[in-house]
Design a binder for this molecule. Structure first.
Ligand code: PMM
Length: 294
């Protein structure tokens, strides 16, 4: 399948972003795809399962993680981006470093996913403006070693919206075009479980910011409570896949631009079901034809 086919197919549908963590220490898949061939093979599997975009990251952001060096991150990410781009897949690079984003974009990445929303590296927003690529600006307050000290909000939804608006203004000031911006509430980043659930319950508020919204709930700790049933363990991240699929279905139905997931097949079905339902709702006059709004 070519990048063009993928893009056409996904025009009206929640994008399914399949995760490839090329790291030794990510919480759910650390160490599994460190080898370039294994990571590229994983990309092929994810696309076969229905991924629209492959998100390649070389630095773990789990709570408490130490930063990878720039050299390590580049060595992990760039060959994998090259391999996936050669296969014709749309690739996103998950990085907080402008230098890594630059080399990944030079290798063919079409999205820069910066979990710090441009805060970690002062060169990032100017680079995004210059490269004119789609960028995900996530809500973030501090690096992983310290982020649990920053879970304090007057109202998590109001504060995240205000801080995301601040990142948008900074990006626009740097010259990033508004149509290139995707926002992400940063579930689990400087948020406890209750706060992550509150944000997930407030997707309509996030959409009111006026930008496409990406939701990254997959396998995260806050899901453990809802994911622990039957033989599933609250402590095994992959046991949260069905709960992650349920979040993807809700996010797609609520009009999210995309969901970032480890196991893509459930999210791919959710995205298609939500799109089909929307078509039917428009046809029966339940929602407006132009916007798909309820
Ligand atoms: N979460 C992680 C990493 N990158 N990017 C975006 N945009 N949103 C997220 O929620 C997000 C992210 C951490 O999860 P992982 O270690 O499983 O990749």
């Amino acid at each position: 399948m070519t990048a063009t086919q993928l893009a056409t197919d996904t025009a009206q549908r929640c994008q399914v972003m399949g995760i490839i963590n090329v790291t030794p220490d990510s919480f759910s898949d650390g160490g599994r795809f460190l080898d370039v061939d294994a990571a590229v093979r994983r990309g092929h599997e994810l696309v076969r399962d229905g991924a629209d975009i492959l998100d390649v990251g070389g630095e773990s952001t789990r709570p408490g993680a130490q930063r990878a060096s720039e050299a390590e991150e580049l060595a992990r990410v760039v060959p994998v981006v090259e391999g996936l781009v050669r296969s014709g897949f749309p690739v996103s690079v998950d990085t907080m470093r402008a230098s890594v984003a630059r080399q990944a974009v030079a290798a063919g990445a079409v999205i820069v996913n910066d979990v710090s929303g441009g805060l970690a590296d002062p060169e990032m927003l100017p680079f995004l403006a210059e490269a004119d690529v789609t960028c995900v600006l996530m809500h973030w307050r501090a690096h992983s070693t310290r982020m649990d000290d920053f879970c304090y909000y007057d109202s998590v939804v109001d504060d995240v919206c205000t801080e995301l608006r601040g990142r948008v203004e900074a990006a626009l000031r740097a010259g990033v075009r508004a149509e290139r911006i995707v926002l992400d509430p940063g579930l689990g980043f400087a948020k406890n479980a209750t706060q992550s659930w509150e944000l997930l319950a407030s997707l309509a508020r996030l959409r009111d910011l006026g930008f496409p919204i990406l939701v990254g709930a997959s396998r995260k700790r806050f899901l453990a409570e809802a994911a622990s049933y039957g033989r599933r363990s609250p402590d095994v991240p992959a046991d949260r896949d069905e709960a992650s699929d349920a979040v993807a279905a809700i996010a797609a139905a609520e009009g999210a631009w995309g969901v970032r997931v480890h196991a893509v097949s459930g999210a791919a079905a959710a995205s298609r079901v939500a799109a089909r339902l929307r078509t039917s709702a428009v046809a029966t006059g339940l929602v407006g034809a132009r916007t798909g709004e309820r």
